[in-house]
Design a protein around this ligand. Sequence first.
Ligand code: NAD
Ligand code: DAU
Length: 346
Amino acid sequence: MKFIVTGGAGFIGGNFMHYMVNKYPEDQFINLDLLTYAGNLETVAPLEGKPNYRFVRGDIADRKFIFDLFAREKPDVVVNFAAESHVDRSITDPEAFVRTNVCGTTTLLDACRTYGIKRYHQVSTDEVYGDLPLDRPDLFFTETTPLHTSSPYSASKASADLFVLAYHRTYGLPVSISRCSNNYGPYHFPEKLIPLVISRALADEKIPVYGTGANVRDWLYVTDHCSAIDLVVRKGLEGEVYNIGGHNERTNLDVVKTILRSLNKPESLIEFVKDRPGHDRRYAMDPTKIETELGWKPEYTFDTGIPKTIEWYLSNREWWEHIVSGEYQKYFDKMYSKRLAEGENA
Ligand code: NAD
Ligand code: DAU
């Protein structure tokens, strides 16, 4: 089978590329990524040279580019991770989120419709369900919870989900959607809470905590997300949505304090700052459907995944220090300019 994986130079897409390329040597994987500020080829550098892996730089919202690529490659499966993914950025620049997250998705769907596809899989988020109150720990998001978004980011992701389902009903496109809770683990861009806390604490810099730090997120180690998507793509039913999560709810303040303790850093680094506008209070996934119908089980809890993550950031300082310094953006030129000039890669 030939896969096009979009956003494979980002955090989760990059982890998914590692997971799939190594697990399925008989399948072909094309990593299609625009390399925005969030894309980092250093994340997938260990895959370069593998016979079942290729990188192609391009924009999922560029219709001509996408149609040409599909005409040439005729993929069997598309897994769409590519997105603008940071809620805070969506509050300052919503337009980029509409372009990539909505128009990029419809462009991919149209290419799938035109050239045929065995499965189009949309990587979505728990944020499409909005938030839950802090004083109702008995409530969880299920696949039938109404969509009720808060931020421009979540509105764009919910919109994309609706297009995916509409293309299934109207055109019979074989689609699936997974909606996952907050991920953490290797290769996480240090604008997001967990890698931001680790990298700033190591530099003895202040840790900004929004509001009172009481907001709750449901954390999943990234390879557990990858195994769930693999399962949905291969065994999930067409037209279905699957929630992914591992029941690992923590307040933001708990997360920050846990990391500071592990790094032997003082809580005095914490600085409470002005809250995020429209800040979702609590996310909590009910993953019963994927567990019972597909037999998925996460390997890690927060208590086993967080030390592993901290260890990774300590052993891979170069990876995140290149991001902090901006060095990572030179990687594409270093790796590809010669080959591009020689016409080896698109
Ligand atoms: P990320 O920001 O780390 O990576 C996004 C990748 O998409 C980057 O490599 C970027 O270069 C690429 N990209 C952006 N615009 C593009 C375009 N127009 N064309 C091609 N490539 C483009 O994001 P992430 O955290 O890895 O999230 C991946 C997906 O998973 C997103 O769809 C996100 O909504 C979803 N998701 C994320 C989480 C989480 O906790 N991070 C949880 C659930 C779902
Ligand atoms: O739930 C899934 C979502 O998780 C994904 O769809 C998004 O792509 C991903 O970015 C993430 O969104 P969050 O907004 O939950 O993640 P973030 O790391 O930005 O923030 C986590 C929590 O920490 C949130 O309540 C805001 C808070 N926060 C964040 C930052 C960056 C802080 O208190 N301080 C910070 O500096």
